[in-house]
Design a binder for this molecule. Structure first.
Ligand code: SF4
Ligand code: SF4
Length: 206
């Protein structure tokens, strides 16, 4: 489910998030710091940079810190995996209309990028994923994940999506005892969304 609000976090400092999440993880206190999310949102100037009100900004910060912490918790197990899938969100395609040449296979279900635009994030992420040995899927929604995992027994999953979709997908993977690593969208909105390709590269390097 998407958020009820739109955001663009491109200008927000990721290093502060990472530092906060790591500190929370090391002190095993990320569950206790909910009340501090408002403070962190204020420190990061999220309201000024994104136009969100403080309660939406706090919710977003809480979700993102949770995702960072989950990545840290699952990292060791993920590193031991060999057969991996990369799930990309279709909303980061350069075009969401007929100009996107991707083929959709309903039997999978997934889009497959046809590389029509070198500057398309999905094109770049697909190439990166393949280069690092992953099977790459461009998903129209999180409900495709169980169908794909039923067909192929992957050991590890990398997911790129908005933080709400990642939260739901993470719960599903947990129920299947599958380690995952997540890259969240820095701009949501279900079209023309963006994520940090360097974050994906870093995860796939593992
Ligand atoms: S590069 Fe791939 S995903 Fe991007 S618009 Fe073209 S076909 Fe679609
Ligand atoms: S922002 Fe993208 S990943 Fe999130 S719900 Fe919308 S389409 Fe799905």
């Amino acid at each position: 489910m998407p958020y009820k609000f739109s955001f663009d976090m491109s200008r927000v400092s990721k290093s502060i998030f990472r530092g906060f999440a790591r500190a929370a993880y090391e002190k095993n206190m990320h569950r206790k710091v909910g009340r501090n999310m408002r403070d962190l949102a204020e420190k990061l100037k999220i309201c000024e940079l994104t136009g969100l009100d403080i309660s939406d900004a706090s919710m977003l910060v809480e979700d993102l810190v949770d995702l960072y912490v989950r990545n840290l918790i699952e990292k060791e197990k993920f590193l031991k995996t060999k057969r991996r899938a990369l799930f990309l969100s279709h909303c980061s395609r350069k075009y969401m209309d007929h100009r996107c040449q991707a083929r959709f296979d309903p039997k999978v279900p997934s889009y497959y990028c046809a590389q029509c635009s070198p500057d398309c994030l999905i094109n770049r992420a697909t190439a990166l994923g393949k280069e690092r040995g992953c099977d790459v899927y461009v998903l129209p929604g999180g409900t495709c994940i169980p169908q794909i995992l039923e067909k192929t027994p992957y050991e590890g999953i990398v997911g790129v999506a908005c933080s709400q979709e990642l939260k739901e997908g993470g719960e599903y993977l947990k129920s299947k005892n599958l380690p995952g690593q997540a890259v969240f969208l820095v701009k949501n909105g279900c079209a023309n969304t963006r994520f940090n390709i360097k974050s994906l590269e870093k995860i796939l390097r593992k």
